[in-house]
Design a protein around this ligand. Structure first.
Ligand SMILES: [Zn+2]
Length: 236
């Protein structure tokens, strides 16, 4: 039998780490960090809060490293119904949906609205998904061209940019120099998009999340932490 789950947090330096605590009949404290950045702690039944927090502080550097390593995909919005008045994100800003019947299909950003004119048989969701994907293709490619000159001295080849829905990741890259981005990223602020692209380009030089990788990322985008956070916590 386990106790009900508890949301807790602790401070390590200036970093606040939230976790879910549960108890189990076991001998050691178990910690798992999930790609959605949830931290789950399973403590032996009957452990004191003091014993748990002491053990957690010793594991904090490892936990923080795991959290930083994930460039995992967090949906920026809960599922949408695609009805009038609903808000949708584009480049980090919210737009109200306005859907109108027409004898053609068209999506326009107009005065803070996402204006959809569509034929009766066309699904709003499909039309909007295609629009996002096209915007993603153009904006990601422009951002790549903007960031790439920073990497000039590393003489990396211009990577092939691919857009692909990935269930758990914002972006990834291959050793052959292919950069793959999640089209959902077009809903994020421009700085966050730049951060993901910079992160992937740094991987073309340092494949793993080593200190050298982070040093390079710091150098290429000194304020990346802010944009990573915006990407992870801009749920609306
Ligand atoms: Zn990475």
């Amino acid at each position: 039998m386990s106790d009900p789950q508890n949301s807790k947090s602790f401070l390590f330096g200036s970093t606040k780490i939230n976790y879910i605590l549960s108890f189990q009949d076991r001998k050691t404290l178990g910690v798992r960090v999930y790609p959605n950045c949830n931290v789950k702690v399973i403590a032996p039944s009957g452990s004191s809060e003091e014993a748990i927090s002491k053990k957690l502080k010793s594991k904090a550097p490892w936990i923080i490293k795991q959290l930083n390593d994930f460039l995992s995909y967090h949906p920026l919005t809960p599922p949408r119904k695609y009805v009038n008045g609903e808000t949708h994100l584009y480049l980090g800003r919210q737009y109200k949906l306005k859907v109108e019947k027409a004898d053609f299909n068209k999506v326009t950003l107009f005065r803070g609205r996402l204006y959809i004119q569509k034929k009766a048989e066309t699904k709003t969701e499909k039309l909007l998904t295609e629009w996002y994907r096209e915007k993603a293709r153009v904006h990601f490619s422009d951002t790549l061209q903007k960031v790439l000159p920073l990497f000039a001295k590393y003489k990396i080849e211009t990577p092939d940019l691919h857009i692909r829905n990935m269930p758990t990741r914002w972006g990834s890259c291959t050793p052959q120099g292919k950069v793959i981005l999640n089209p959902e990223l077009i809903k994020a602020p421009k700085g966050s998009i730049e951060y993901v692209i910079t992160h992937e380009l740094c991987h073309l030089i340092h494949h793993n999340h080593t200190k050298a990788f982070y040093d390079l990322q710091d150098q290429m985008m000194p304020d990346w932490r802010k944009w990573k956070e915006r990407l992870e916590y801009s749920l609306v």
